[in-house]
Ligand binder design. Sequence first.
Ligand code: MSP
Length: 524
Amino acid sequence: MKYYITTAIDYTNGSPHIGHAYEKVLADIITRYRRLRGDEAFFLTGVDQHGQKVQQTAEAEGVHPATYVRRTTKKFVKAWEALQVEYDDFAETTAEAHKKCVQEILQKLFDEGKIYKKAYKGHYSIRQEQFLTDKERNEDGEFGEEWGEVVELEEENYYFRLSDYVDWLREFVSNSEDFVIPAFRKADVLNAVERAVDTDLCISRPKERLQWGIEFPFDTNFVTYVWFDALINYISFAGYNKPEGSELPDFKDLWPAQIHIIGKDILVPSHSIYWPCMLKAMGFADEEMPRLLVHGWWNIKGGKMSKSLGNVVDPVELTERVGVDAVRYYLARDIHTGRDSDFDPDRLVMLFNTELANNLGNLCNRGLNMTKRYLGGECKESSYDDDLSKELREASSKTIAVYKEAMDRFCISEALEHTIKFITLANVYAEKQKPWELAKDEANLEQVTAVLNHMVEVVAIAAVLLRPVIPHASERIIAQLQADHLNSISLEDLAWGLIPVGHTVAKPKPVFPRITLEEPEPSA
Ligand code: MSP
């Protein structure tokens, strides 16, 4: 069984911004971490290409929606490439196999009486593409801003009998320990369950209003509501009901998904109400329900990032400016998974320069340089030992243990903090031992050797621990250590003693050149 990780699939009615990028980087880090743990992992991300918003934007630009989504999809693919987000498959909801899977599910649920048709007159939110009931009104009895323009509409549609599953869902969510991570979000879900009582879900849109969607197999006058279509990507691309000869994965190898990574805005009602009820209706058992890892939002100065405010951060442009390591490191380091954070470019620069350039970069540079200069690049045998060295070795096993514990809880920033503390300790160790002073007297050779071995060893351990977050930088450090075996070592085997006696290291090159946000001086 593989560890199956998915992200939300991004709407293709715009360009990727730093919020979308964060989620993909988070998923990529978790995937790489599972592989470091020795698990087989499968990472699915993609794009949500149907729906009214896409149809409207395409119309405004005077192109067919298919042309439009092809164009915007490329921007997402390009962004994830720039950010070294390496997924195993990329879900596009216009893919034939996905459409077929959605239609088969609709047909089956219809045949079983779980979908029915009825006429309905009511308030409709154009932005959210759904009918609203009084439960959606705020304290003043109004439909709040989040619903955008609300109009009165009467039409026939198909409904999914969501209300049949509400009692089951309440029970399931109440009893489950990890359906929603972090646990403090469970209360939001339980409140949303109560709002779903007696309400079925409208899952069709008449063709006169929306053409850009998956057609109903039993009524071609309708297309599928975008959420019903999009949620199914998690199983359609995992090989659910795949036809003979399909290249999709084997569903039983992936399902249940270990983790669906989503933002807090799409926890209710889509992922925690519609999705489990849809799965239940399809016949999935409680043990086959996925888990939801709900992350917070990146804001700008405490407020929302939005196109209209002109404060959207473009991840590709940022990466071109400061480099991919700095962007990935910042997105992992300056947010606590599940909570919101403020995107601050000055902190991005500061964290990269202090924690990577000055701290790890310096340790690597000094350790390797002195090994080259005093020991001809060889990590030699030494019988010297002292309390400071012992303390550093002990810190290594503690660091690996707490790192693992934090990463298992998806607390990436915490894991990084432990790693950085360990590197700082090694720099303090170097300052106290002063191998550059010791080396002036040949009688200290044993001690110099031991101290440099310790410094090099910490660099090696740190490079492995940082691999999920900054994979290419980790490879560059490992290349300087000339210790290729570390590129594939698993966390289980990670312990003091990675660099054997007699091993030769290369001359160091700066792995983390310091960055600045200033524009380069125009050339004269
Ligand atoms: N298409 C739906 C998801 C369907 S999943 C079956 C959607 N798309 S989205 O493009 O609006 O958002 C994609 C993801 O990006 C969501 O998980 C959302 O929470 C996340 N983010 C959007 N803005 C964000 C921030 N400012 N910060 C962090 N993540 C944010 O919803």
